[in-house]
Design a protein around this ligand. Structure first.
Ligand SMILES: [Zn+2]
Ligand SMILES: [Zn+2]
Length: 303
């Protein structure tokens, strides 16, 4: 999909508000029909900024009236996947280790857990536009869309078999990629949980959001278990390498990595690492969903 074409800014001064609205509807319809949902979303953001379309309190109703249902659904799908404006795909190279995964003292870099990348602060590593960019009354639909997105991808990842412990270097990278993919989905679920908490304070949304919260929490549990399993596999692989590699230097690095991932897998909390998501309720012993426990751990989240 080409996203380079800019919407026409050179609005003739004699265009009436009705002309502008009509032109907006035409441009969005055309973009959606061509499968360019993100461009359509950009038109909405721009029209909203220039007050060509109704404000957020009326916007959903107005959009439903202006576009046929299938096009409206495509617009929502565009919002669901609309990218973060501060990062490429949610992650950036770790400054703590320059992306190498080990720090100056030869320890595994805690900031990135040895993976060399950290999450974008702005979007929590999801690569998706944050909820506050989304018009308020469209957020429940976008939230549900993102839960579906995360669930589908999570199920696909969980169904994939882990590479065998004894195989060579590439499976190690595959395990790391798997952990990072799961971590990204955890970010999607974490942002959804924060937004769901906020929406459920509003009596209009409370009941429709309750089901979403349950879905988020059960998916988050499944994702976290899969992360811990992959970390344990990574630890086993590193331990194996620490015994069998022909290079003493590589054996030592592998041993350091094995210690680190074994501890991480055993602790089970992922606290203080790039894999922690304090706003998701992993410790089911804490029955209370309050932000208190989240705030306690929030400071540990690396940048
Ligand atoms: Zn690092
Ligand atoms: Zn981002």
């Amino acid at each position: 999909m080409s996203e380079t074409e800019q919407p026409q800014d050179q609005t003739p001064h004699d265009e009436t508000p009705i002309d502008l609205t009509r032109r907006f509807i035409g441009a969005v319809t055309q973009a959606l029909r061509k499968g360019q949902a993100q461009r359509a979303v950009r038109y909405v953001f721009e029209a909203r900024q220039h007050q060509i379309i109704p404000d957020d309190t009326q916007l959903r109703e107005w959009l439903v009236g202006a576009f046929e249902q299938p096009l409206f659904a495509k617009l929502i799908a565009g919002l669901v996947r609309y990218p973060c404006m501060y990062c490429e795909k949610g992650s950036e190279s770790c400054k703590g280790c320059n992306g190498g995964g080990m720090d100056d003292r030869g320890s595994v870099c805690r900031q990135c857990s040895g993976f060399g990348v950290v999450r974008c602060d702005f979007c929590d590593g999801t690569g998706l536009a944050t909820y506050n960019m989304i018009p308020e009354n469209l957020r429940p639909e976008v939230l549900r869309g993102r839960i579906v997105l995360a669930t589908t991808q999570l199920n696909r990842l969980i169904a994939e078999r882990l590479p065998p412990t004894t195989s060579q270097r590439q499976p190690q990278q595959r395990l790391a990629n798997r952990i990072l993919s799961l971590n990204k989905l955890l970010g999607v679920l974490e942002n959804a949980r924060v937004e769901a908490n906020r929406l459920s304070e509003n009596p209009t949304h409370r009941s429709e959001i309750a089901g979403s919260i349950q879905q988020i929490d059960s998916n988050a549990q499944a994702a976290k278990s899969a992360v811990l399993k992959a970390i344990a596999a990574l630890a086993a692989r590193a331990r194996e390498q620490s015994r069998s590699d022909s290079s003493p230097a590589l054996r030592e690095v592998a041993s350091t990595r094995a210690d680190f991932y074994e501890q991480l897998a055993k602790a089970g909390t992922l606290g203080g690492t790039a894999l922690q998501h304090p706003f998701l309720l992993f410790d089911r012993g804490n029955t209370d969903a309050s932000t208190e426990s989240a705030q306690d751990t929030a400071e540990e989240v690396p940048q």
